[in-house]
Design a protein around this ligand. Structure first.
Ligand SMILES: Cc1ncc(COP(=O)(O)O)c(C=O)c1O
Length: 371
C-alpha cells in the first residue's frame, strides 16, 4: 500500500504520456514549447479562469503573484500559520512580513471571524503596510472565499488564493483557480493533479496582472526577450511537464470522483471514532489529503506504523512556531487552534487507486489506534 500511488496511475495513462513525451523529444522546444500554451488553454477551460500562466512550481507561482503587486519590505500579508511553508515563505523572500491569522478547527482554513479584527489591530499598530491576504484551501477544501473577498474589498487589500492543494475543488458552483484577484496552484507530483517534477500555475481575470506576470515569468521581459522592463525570475514551466499534465488532465475528473468516494467511505466508517473532515454543502474538496483529528493522534500514528500503513502528519509544527518566522506578526493574541491541530491531525492515504481492502485495513488500524 502506498500513500500516493503514481505507478498505478502511470499504468492508466502510459501510452498517452509516452507518445506526448516522444513528440517533445522530436520537436525539442523544451522551453515554452507548444504544449505549454495548449495546457494553459486546457486549464482555463477546466476551471473557468480568464488567464492561465503555467509556472515552474507552486512556490514560483506565488512569488510571481506577490511580485505582480510589488510586495516588498515594509508590507504585511495575512496568511494562516497552519499551512505548507511556501505560503508564508514567498512573502518573506520578498522582504515583506507575514501576519498570521489563526484557522478554523473544522475546515483547517483561515477563520473569517478573526480576520477583520486582525486587520484593524495590525493597521492600528502601524508597523507594516497591510497589502493583501493569502487564504489557503488546505487539504483541498476551498476557504470561505466570498466572505474573505468582501472583507478584503472593504479594507483595500488584494487576495491571492493559494489553491496549491485544491485544483479541481469547487465552492458555490465555481472551481478553484477563479477565487481572489489572483489564484495559484501546484502540480507537485503528489498533488491531486501532479506532473513528473515541479510545476504550478497562476490564474487571474485581470488583463493587467496577467501581462505583468507574463513579464515577471521570463526575467521581466518587455516586448522582446532581451528588453528588461522590471526584475523578474525564471518562473516558467518546462514543456515536458506541460505534456505530462495535458495527458493527466484527461483522467482528472474520474480521479476526483474516486477520491470523493473514498473520503465518503472513510467518513462514514470513522465518524464515531475521530473528528472526520467537514465539507460544507456549498463546497467540493479535491481531497489532496484526508485529515482526521483526535487527541489520541500519537497512539493512532504508532498503531499505523506497527501495521505498516502509510500516513502523514500535515503539519507537525505550525509556521508561527518555526524559527524562520520569528519576525512574523500575529493578528491575534494566540494561534491556539493551529497549535492544537498540529498535535491532533493525521492524514490517511486517499489516492484514486486505493483498493477497497486497503481502505478497510486503514480504517481498522485507525480504530485500533484510538483504542
Ligand atoms: C499550500 C501550499 N502552498 C504552496 C505550495 C508550493 O507548491 P510547490 O511545492 O509546487 O512549490 C504547496 C506545495 O506543497 C502547498 O501545499
Amino acid at each position: 500500500m502506498k500513500f500516493v500511488d503514481l505507478d498505478a496511475q502511470f499504468k492508466v495513462v502510459e501510452p498517452e504520456i509516452r507518445a506526448a513525451l516522444d513528440r517533445v523529444l522530436q520537436h525539442t522546444q523544451f522551453i515554452m514549447g507548444p504544449e505549454v500554451g495548449a495546457l494553459e488553454r486546457q486549464l482555463g477551460e477546466y476551471c473557468g479562469a480568464r488567464h492561465v500562466l503555467t509556472a515552474a512550481s507552486g512556490s514560483d507561482a506565488l512569488l510571481m503573484a506577490l511580485m505582480a503587486y510589488d510586495v516588498g519590505p515594509g508590507d504585511g500579508i495575512i496568511a494562516p500559520p497552519f499551512t505548507f511553508v511556501a505560503t508564508a515563505e514567498m512573502v518573506a523572500l520578498l522582504g515583506a512580513t507575514t501576519v498570521f491569522v489563526d484557522v478554523e478547527e473544522n475546515s483547517f482554513n483561515l477563520d473569517v471571524n478573526l480576520l477583520e479584527e486582525a486587520i484593524r489591530k495590525i493597521q492600528d499598530r502601524g508597523r507594516v503596510n497591510l497589502k493583501g491576504i493569502i487564504p489557503v484551501d488546505l487539504f483541498g477544501l476551498p476557504a470561505r472565499h466570498d466572505e474573505i473577498q468582501a472583507i478584503a474589498e472593504r479594507n483595500g487589500l488584494f487576495v491571492i488564493s493559494d489553491a496549491a492543494q485544491s485544483f479541481g475543488a469547487e465552492y458555490r458552483g465555481r472551481k478553484a483557480g477563479v477565487f481572489g484577484d489572483i489564484a495559484i496552484t501546484s502540480f507537485f507530483p503528489a498533488k491531486p493533479l501532479g506532473c513528473y517534477g515541479d510545476g504550478g500555475a497562476v490564474f487571474t481575470a485581470s488583463d493587467e496582472l496577467a501581462e505583468k506576470i507574463e513579464s515577471i515569468r521570463i526575467h521581466g521581459k518587455g516586448d522582446s526577450q532581451y528588453e528588461n522592463i522590471r526584475i523578474g525570475v525564471t518562473g516558467r514551466m518546462d514543456t515536458i511537464q506541460a505534456a505530462v499534465l495535458g495527458c493527466k488532465l484527461e483522467i482528472f475528473e474520474g480521479e476526483l470522483d474516486r477520491r470523493q468516494e473514498i473520503a465518503g467511505y472513510y467518513s462514514e466508517q470513522l465518524d464515531e471514532h475521530v473528528a472526520v473532515p467537514a465539507v460544507p454543502d456549498d463546497s467540493r474538496s479535491a481531497w489532496a489529503a484526508y485529515t482526521i483529528r483526535t487527541p489520541r493522534r500519537d497512539q493512532v500514528r504508532a498503531q499505523l506504523q506497527r501495521e505498516n500503513i502509510p500516513f502523514a502528519v500535515y503539519y507537525p509544527s505550525p509556521l508561527h512556531r518555526q524559527p524562520a518566522f520569528a519576525d512574523a506578526l500575529w493578528g491575534g493574541e494566540d494561534m491556539a487552534v493551529s497549535d492544537r491541530l498540529s498535535r491532533e491531525v493525521i492524514s490517511l492515504p486517499i489516492h484514486p487507486y486505493l483498493a477497497d481492502r486497503d481502505q478497510d485495513r486503514i480504517i481498522e488500524g485507525v480504530i485500533r489506534g484510538v483504542g
